[in-house]
Design a protein around this ligand. Structure first.
Ligand code: PEP
Ligand code: MN
Length: 338
């Protein structure tokens, strides 16, 4: 259920509605907007009697939600969510660039990438400490040690750190050392992990599962929001198809499709979405053109020597060139996701 407050509803009227929702054993999610506040109600198994709310002071209307989404939807929040990552914004109309190596391998490797990422003006540095690998014999990240390096990068370059959590215990570690929790494609429907991220104070970057429908992906975001964390960025990273010329098929149509339903920012990962470094820049350009709030790519000073995902990593010069092109496109279209 969704309770829409009058434009002029007072703080105490809103607080009163929340009290009534909670007294019935439900959870209230208050979403202040430019014109009015809406309150999403979760935790009810069946239909709730709307008359509990319709006549409370300050309530414009109580609406039964028939769609599968209660919180990620524009019905609840017509204004777009701006995600705040330690002071750097995603979804405010600027172009967010999240770049860095697939995995942190060494101080030297991470710093080489970070220096170029920072110089290009990007605000977000990615780097896996815990890597989900298809083979148990592949490099699976430096673990907690990676955060010593990432911490130095944060201090030296002012970059915000984005890193993937694989399970609840790794989220505990990320919360101590990073600025944003990445939930990977393989974990998009790990519901205990989603709930744990939903209880975090850090924003969440939620990748699309490699065979997930739009609805499954948005419902995964709904899991995080239902626990009270409303700071989510969705990331389209390609899905499995019969195509053999790419690692994944980057579904750029997902960007406008998400924006039609949800207030959450959406970015495009052109690295995993293609798997081939020569395709990364063209598809990143397309991601900006299609209205994404940001782009994620992987960067490595020596892609040939990368311990993971070297084939899709841009080298430093390629990254610099791509960044210039993306900003030029962003400036021209300047549409913030129409
Ligand atoms: C990654 O970002 O390095 C990663 C593992 O991504 P995904 O979960 O999209 O495969
Ligand atoms: Mn990777």
């Amino acid at each position: 259920m969704l309770i829409v407050m009058n434009a002029g509803a007072s703080g105490s009227e809103i607080a009163n509605v929340i009290r009534v929702v909670e007294s019935l054993g439900f959870r209230a999610h208050s979403m202040p907007g430019a014109n009015r506040t809406a309150i999403g109600v979760t935790g009810n198994q069946g239909a709730v009697d709307l008359s509990h709310f319709e006549n409370l002071p300050g309530v414009a209307e109580a609406i039964r939600v028939t769609k599968p989404y209660k919180l990620i939807t524009l019905d609840l929040r017509p204004d777009r969510t701006v995600v705040d990552v330690a002071g750097a914004k995603i979804g405010d109309g600027s172009l967010a660039i999240i770049a860095g190596p697939c995995a942190i391998e060494s101080r030297e490797q991470a710093f080489a990438a970070a220096e170029t990422v920072a110089k290009s003006g990007a605000k977000f540095f990615r780097g896996g400490a815990f890597k989900p690998r298809t083979s148990p014999y592949s490099f699976s990240g430096l673990g907690e040690e990676a955060f010593k390096i990432l911490g130095e990068i944060r201090d030296q370059f002012g970059l915000r750190i984005v890193s993937e959590g694989l399970d609840e215990s790794t989220i505990d570690i990320i919360e101590q050392h990073a600025d944003m929790i990445q939930i990977g494609a393989r974990n998009m429907q790990n519901f205990t992990l989603l709930k744990r991220a939903g209880r975090s104070k850090l924003p969440v970057l939620l990748k699309r599962g490699m065979a997930a429908t739009l609805e499954e992906w948005l419902l995964a975001a709904e899991y995080v929001m239902a626990e009270g964390n409303y700071q989510i960025v969705l990331c389209e990273r390609g899905v499995r198809t019969f195509a053999q010329h790419t690692r994944n098929t980057l579904d750029l149509a997902a960007v406008p499709a998400v924006r039609r339903i949800s207030h959450l920012p959406v970015i495009v990962d052109a690295a995993h979405g293609t798997g081939r470094s020569y395709m990364v820049t063209p598809l990143a350009r397309a991601g900006v053109a299609v209205g994404a709030d940001g782009i994620m790519v992987e960067v490595h000073a020596r892609p040939d020597e990368a311990l993971s995902d070297g084939a899709q990593a841009l080298n430093l010069a390629e990254f610099e060139q791509m960044t210039r092109e993306l900003h030029a496109i962003h400036k021209v279209i300047g549409l913030n996701g129409a």
